[in-house]
Design a protein around this ligand. Structure first.
Ligand SMILES: [Zn+2]
Length: 424
């Protein structure tokens, strides 16, 4: 336990020393005083350090809010830049990474930027300062800032961006994704290690310390099965048990633990270091989970009480903090009652294609010919502007991250991040 001294106790001491100095400060008091100041500095430095999080732990929190396995298969979600390995004390949320936003994050001494739209989407051939993107990425690398993007995982997640946008429409009697998520990849692994019985406890402790063995609210979870292992060392081998050239039979334990995929490389390194065998037998199994009925692209939102287009528009303006929305109405149906709404943050055009279930379609932007097609089919289209339908969510995203375990990090929302286009 580090020695933690409050500033109060230091003040008391200083007052006492001040009083004594009037009488003539004794040499022993000076030594005490220096020791106390040193301990105070150390305790506040330790306290400050303990308030930081490892990048991989912050990633785990971000994954809890929006599991990257929910992302579309064309997307580039997850870590874009790993940063300089420093712990995370302060992080910034934004929609688009621009040079302006990057400078804001660097000036604010952030160690991490969580950027909704993937900043590196198409492969970068080189980093030779040929355009603003190359300059910006190189600058971010030099600054040692980590960059993470949740994008379509955050859209698809339960209580993610699309659910938040739906909240602005009014109470619902039913809500479901337009396309249910198919989970891609795996964020969780099972690690199985075969270890001699007397070395099993040490190995389990090493694995737990490296972050394995956590399930929900439980830690130090493992499964242990005793069995017999056999091996014969070849010429040049240096077996921990027995001698080369002779078949050995050893009572071993099969230790099983669950771990998050991002800690796997470090965990395997720790296991190999702690394992007594020259060649440790380790199995890694990627675990696949199924998406829930609440996860997926877009939302179909059935209103508890049908409303007029004017009411729906008024509600959306309030929810998004906007003065203007673009509205396309079917000719002669201005008094249409809206019972159901299809919702997609950003650009919902491709998701809404051939989806005729809803009365109204709410998204950020849509192409002219698609809008025309929809209105001629009797549908209402409401457009907020691409990032206008996304950016106001950042405050809620911040709350979700903190609630999911990110409270040690100070989460800022970028002030320079803004839509590149305005209606004037
Ligand atoms: Zn978008």
């Amino acid at each position: 336990m580090p020695l933690v001294l409050s500033s109060h106790s230091l003040q008391e001491y200083l007052q006492a020393v001040h009083f004594k100095s009037a009488l003539g400060l004794h040499a022993a008091n000076i030594v005490d005083f220096i020791t106390l100041v040193k301990a105070y500095w150390k305790s506040s430095a330790l306290l400050e350090y303990s308030q930081r999080m490892k990048l991989q732990d912050v990633q785990a929190v971000l994954e809890t809010v929006a599991p990257s396995e929910l992302a579309a298969d064309w997307d580039e979600v997850g870590l874009h830049l790993a940063g300089n390995g420093k712990r995370i004390r302060r992080a910034m949320l934004c929609i688009d990474l621009t040079p302006d936003v990057l400078e804001e994050a660097i000036a604010a001494k952030c160690q991490l930027l969580v950027v909704y739209h993937p900043p590196i989407f198409r492969p970068l051939g080189r980093l030779a300062d040929r355009d603003w993107k190359e300059v910006m990425v190189a600058r971010a690398i030099r600054a040692g800032i980590a960059v993470y993007s949740p994008h379509s995982a955050l859209d698809a997640a339960a209580d993610g961006m699309n659910d938040w946008l739906c909240e602005g429409l009014g109470k619902h009697s039913a809500r479901s994704p337009i396309v249910r998520a198919e989970k891609h990849g795996s964020t969780c692994c099972k690690v199985i290690v075969y270890v001699p019985v007397d070395a099993a406890e040490k190995l389990r402790n090493v694995m737990w310390k490296a972050g394995a063995g956590g399930i929900g609210q439980y830690d130090q979870c493992s499964f242990n099965l005793v069995g017999q292992g056999t091996f014969r060392g070849g010429e040049g081998a240096n077996p921990a048990i027995g001698v080369p050239g002779r078949l050995e039979k050893v009572e071993e334990i099969r230790v099983e633990m669950i771990c998050r995929a991002e800690i796997l490389p470090e965990l395997l390194r720790e296991i190999r270091e702690a394992h007594p065998y020259e060649e440790a037998a380790i199995d890694v199994i990627a675990l696949q989970s199924e998406a829930t009925s609440e996860e997926g692209a877009g939302r179909y939102h059935v209103l508890e009480t049908p409303v007029t287009v004017a009411t729906l528009v008024r509600r959306l303006k309030r929810h998004l903090g906007l003065k203007k929305l673009k509205v396309a109405l079917p000719r002669g149906k201005e008094d249409l009652q809206i019972s159901s709404v299809a919702v997609c943050v950003g650009a919902g055009g491709s998701l809404f294609e051939n989806y005729w279930q809803a009365d109204a379609y709410v998204t950020g932007e849509m192409q002219h010919h698609q809008i025309l097609d929809m209105t001629l089919r009797g549908k209402v289209v409401i457009l907020a502007g691409h990032t206008n339908s996304e950016r106001p969510f950042l405050g809620r995203y911040r709350e979700s991250i903190i609630a999911a375990g990110g409270e040690k990090v100070e989460w800022l929302v970028s002030e320079r991040d803004c839509a590149p286009i305005e209606i004037v």
